[in-house]
Design a protein around this ligand. Structure first.
Ligand code: ADP
Length: 371
């Protein structure tokens, strides 16, 4: 500002105008950020409220499904379950997008093994792929390091999205996922990772290759009845990839089907691989649950009821509490073997209850799982 007063009057006025405009832009940017935050808080609360009854709808229809033999009734139950799941999917997508827009999503980096991740993706879609009679191809560059420092959860989400689309839009042929290292020899402790998802499906029109990454956009003329979806998957995928210091695009010149390419830059090579992690080898049927007890903490009665139903065929004692204070008392008196803990509750929330329960003698190491 000081330098302004050394200028001639016209320049001074112009400079003051610029400062004023910059302030307006700053205010608007702050306002936009505050709005994005508000929107996210609203959506987070709303989705919590929707998720609670949805949980009961899906949970009880699954329980009902195991008890009903009539074929027609089974198709009704399937419709309720799958509609419930698709509604939950939409809620999760909208919430994810708003979280990214509000800058509330941060990456959790860990050592990731691409081969294992690809196998997992294959397992997730195996049933669908076989049902459609498609072939699944996995190609991994042998020069790719075993451990890469990435956000495995978010990369899995990106791949689930891309492979899910590939399966959805392909009726015959194959789905391929490939991983390779882009040759860069500047710094050997980091690599540029390239992942491709290839399919032989309906393909993407030249003019739509960028549009499809926008929220709520699908290829024009596409049958909603046949393919469903909301057009949010790729918008989330693109933003996640950008957060990972990467880029995603649809490869040109592919006549049959589509190729989605994602390149993540400067991925550190990890010295620990998943192979170093030991998994205990137990069989679920060897577990002896007789005379064990579980404390279910949730302020919503129907949620507690659902969990009790899940355990109906086991000789497990179930204790209930509808808030943190009750939970602490029950834990003290009955010393349960496991606690399933809701987070948001009136009187005392799950965090506070957990720290109080941890302070009870004999309860220091009891597993407490957030519901
Ligand atoms: P949704 O799948 O819910 O419609 P997406 O954002 O994941 O939302 O995809 C947006 C659109 O991009 C799809 O509706 C489809 O038109 C197009 N698209 C995505 N993947 C493919 C693919 N593998 N083959 C053909 N079209 C695709």
């Amino acid at each position: 500002t000081e330098s302004i007063f050394n200028e001639d009057s016209n320049t001074k006025i112009r400079n003051l105008q610029i400062i004023h405009e910059v302030n307006i832009i700053k205010n608007e940017r702050d306002r936009a950020a505050a709005m994005a935050n508000l929107k996210h808080d609203f959506l987070a609360n709303m989705s919590h409220e929707i998720r609670t009854p949805m949980n009961a709808i899906i949970g009880f229809s699954q329980l009902l499904s195991s008890k009903v033999n009539d074929e027609t009734l089974q198709t009704y139950i399937e419709a309720i379950t799958s509609s419930g799941k698709s509604l939950l999917g939409i809620i999760n997508d909208i919430l994810d997008l708003s979280k990214i827009e509000a800058g509330r999503l941060s990456l959790e980096l860990e050592s990731t093994n691409i081969i294992e991740l690809f196998r997992e993706i294959q397992n997730i879609f195996m049933y669908k792929i076989e049902e459609k009679g498609l072939e699944f191809i996995m190609e991994i560059d042998e020069n790719l390091p075993m451990g890469l420092v990435l956000d495995e959860v978010r990369l899995r989400q990106v791949l689930v999205n891309l492979v899910g689309n590939a399966v959805k839009f392909t009726e015959s042929g194959y789905i391929a996922i490939k991983a390779s290292r882009v040759i860069t020899d500047i710094d050997t402790s980091k690599i540029d990772l390239k992942i491709e998802v290839v399919d032989t499906g309906i393909g993407i029109e030249e003019g739509q290759k960028e549009n499809i990454f926008k929220a709520f956009i699908q290829q024009s003329g596409q049958s909603t009845r046949k393919y469903g979806g909301t057009g949010l998957g790729l918008a989330i995928t693109k933003r996640l990839v950008e957060m990972m210091n990467g880029d995603i695009y649809v490869e040109n010149n592919h006549p049959d089907g589509s190729i989605f390419v994602l390149v993540i830059k400067n991925v550190p090579i990890s010295s620990i691989t998943n192979d170093d992690i030991q998994f205990s080898d137990y069989k679920i049927n060897d577990l002896n649950l007789n005379d064990k007890s579980i404390l279910v903490v949730d302020d919503i009665e129907i949620n507690r009821k659902l969990i009790k139903e899940y355990f109906r065929n086991f000789s497990i004692e179930i204790y209930e509490a509808s808030n943190g204070i009750q939970a602490t008392n029950v834990a003290e008196t009955n010393k349960p073997d496991l606690i399933l803990m809701d987070i948001k509750m009136p009187e005392m929330d799950g965090y506070e209850a957990t720290s109080r329960i941890r302070a009870i003698s004999g309860m220091e190491n009891v597993p407490i799982i957030a519901l």
